[in-house]
Design a protein around this ligand. Structure first.
Ligand code: HEC
Length: 125
């Protein structure tokens, strides 16, 4: 690398790192609060309706990743094919929109947080 490109590369690397850290989603900080406010009251044992019908328990990262009786609802790195994202984005049948039976869907920002987190690998971070 010549001198001029070395001078350009350093600020560029710092800039890229700053952008990445801004949009890097954390399960604990960004995702869990959304689930807590919008999903847990139905997706928690023993009485949550969504839990009773599907066994999908969102109380912890581990139980969320276990998914339903029929298997995982999250495919790390692939939000397009994750049922979890399909349902909050309204990409499935309207009767299956989550949060279930509420007029208010998640905000665009909340949907985007869940989408980015899954795209980034759905880590326990
Ligand atoms: C008012 C109750 C309620 C709330 C709130 C709720 N759910 Fe559900 N959820 C259900 C029920 C009931 C089912 C079972 C499917 C059905 O019968 O429609 C379900 C099923 C699911 C499934 C499994 C679908 C399948 O069959 O594979 C996913 C994923 C899901 N919910 C995600 C969420 C997410 C994410 C939230 C929060 C944004 C949420 N739910 C909030 C009631 C709820």
């Amino acid at each position: 690398m010549n001198h001029a490109s070395a001078i350009l590369a350093a600020p560029l690397a710092i800039l890229l790192a700053a952008c990445a850290s801004q949009t890097y989603m954390s399960f604990q900080r960004d995702v869990y609060p959304i689930l807590e406010h919008n999903c847990l009251y139905c997706h928690t044992p023993p009485k949550g309706r969504g839990y009773l019908l599907t066994r999908l328990n969102m109380q912890s990262y581990e139980t969320l990743m276990q998914g339903t009786l029929y298997g995982p609802v999250i495919r790390p790195g692939d939000s397009r094919r994750s049922v979890f994202n399909m349902l909050v984005e309204g990409r499935a049948d309207a009767s299956m929109h989550m949060p279930h039976g509420r007029d208010e869907p998640l905000t665009g920002r909340e949907i985007e947080v869940l989408r980015l987190w899954v795209e980034q690998g759905a880590h326990d971070n």
